[in-house]
Write a protein that binds this ligand. Structure first.
Ligand SMILES: Cc1ncc(COP(=O)(O)O)c(C=O)c1O
Length: 390
């Protein structure tokens, strides 16, 4: 018997990071108090009860058990386009957007459509590990665009220009960023858009955490120029804003030429996005606006509390902090981040992800996903970090 092996592309990719980090916590005795899990970016509060009621009704409706439109149901596409038009102050219509079974799938489908085996895309590093994994699985090389603490982990368009070669197909930006929390200024995003336009590249913008930016701040002005449709692909997630990560719903915006080709990918990868959730979101976009505004304030409060708590801790440095994450630098005398994260989980009862999960040269950093926990728990983070054996 000859036992087959899985794809050689897949075998080179590291195991999923979050279960690996949670495994380190298994030996924790509870000595320092209940386990604090800061590994995963999930909103630390439940979905709105009215949304859950409506979901239950829609899930019990035979109409939503059928396949739907490949690019999503029109009611949700229209509601999302109207919401985007309001947020970005631009003309965006239902034809510009497609609904996807989550933003991770939106990214994978975008890469399938825009890049191809043997090509490369620039990913600001530290990167969101699933972006690196998706590219590597598709045979697309994720090329690191290093971002430093001194620039607040905001990528530099001039440095990006030097990394582009004949095989480059796209530049990917995530703002607000995972893992650092950095919020990219609109003028930096505009410079990346110009660079992509000049060099014939796609700009892929993952705005999963957009709804946690201050209401008054427009995330960027890209959509004001109708030419965005030539080379910008914007990605969004309903997981965080509506607290429904388990219902797998996200979205992508692109112009007609890209959308025309994307239809083949959407059909193959998802056939249609989940239907019951779509039906409910087409109500929730307007219906839960006040609730979302309240959550934005709650998250801003958690971010402020996290900053104040970490600032008390001698030797540690907050290198970036925003939306859902703090990216902190270890004290100089601490061991490397992998070992620190293992000890924090196993001995101090605090689970988080070490920098090396997010790309090269990150072994002095930890990502703390503080959105998961309440203010009282955030206040106790310094005590746990302070327990770290030398
Ligand atoms: C930047 C980014 N994109 C996408 C996702 C995944 O979103 P979804 O649940 O819609 O697949 C996450 C989740 O952590 C994320 O941080």
């Amino acid at each position: 018997m000859i036992i087959p092996t899985v794809s050689s592309l897949l075998r080179k990719i590291a195991a999923p990071p979050i279960p690996a980090a949670r495994e380190w916590a298994r030996g924790y005795t509870g000595a320092a108090g209940p386990m604090i899990d800061l590994t995963q970016a999930v909103p630390g509060y439940p979905a709105h009860p009215e949304l859950l009621n409506r979901l239950a009704i829609a899930a019990g409706d035979a109409a939503f058990a059928r396949y739907g439109d490949i690019a999503g149901d029109m009611a949700l596409r229209e509601a999302l386009a109207a919401d985007m038009a309001r947020i970005y102050g631009a003309s965006i219509v239902a034809a510009d957007v497609a609904i996807t079974a989550g933003c991770n799938l939106a990214f994978t489908m975008a890469m399938t459509a825009l890049a191809g085996p043997g090509s490369n895309v620039l990913l600001p590093a530290p990167w969101y590990f699933n972006h690196q994994m998706a590219c590597a699985m598709l045979g697309v090389t994720p090329r690191a665009l290093p971002c430093g603490a001194e620039a607040g982990f905001v990528p530099d368009p001039e440095l990006a220009a030097t990394l582009i070669d004949a095989g480059t197909r796209a530049i990917v930006l995530v703002t607000p960023n995972n893992p650092t929390g950095a919020i990219y200024p609109p003028e930096i995003i505009a410079r990346f858009a110009r660079l992509c336009r000049d060099r014939g590249l796609f700009l892929v913008l993952d705005e999963t955490y957009r709804d946690f930016l201050p209401e008054a701040d427009r995330p960027h002005d890209l959509f004001a120029d109708p030419a965005w449709r030539d080379n910008v692909v914007q990605l969004y997630s309903f997981s965080k804003s509506y607290c429904i990560p388990g219902h797998r719903l996200g979205a992508m915006a692109a112009g007609p030429a890209v959308m025309g080709e994307l239809a083949k990918v959407l059909d193959t990868f998802q056939i249609c996005p989940p239907r019951a959730g779509q039906a409910v979101l087409s109500w929730a976009i307007d219906g839960l606006r006040d609730w979302r505004d309240g959550n934005r304030d709650l998250m801003a409060g958690r971010a402020a509390m996290c900053r104040a708590a970490l600032e008390q801790l001698p030797g540690w440095r907050i290198d970036a902090l925003g939306a859902y994450f703090a990216y902190v630098r270890l004290p100089d005398d601490a061991p490397d981040a992998n070992l620190v994260a293992q000890r924090l989980a196993g001995e101090c009862g605090l689970a988080c992800l070490p920098g090396p999960f997010f790309g090269p040269d990150q072994d002095r950093h930890l990502r703390l996903a503080f959105a998961n926990v309440e203010a009282s728990v955030i206040a106790s983070i310094p005590d746990r970090l302070g327990l770290l054996p030398g």
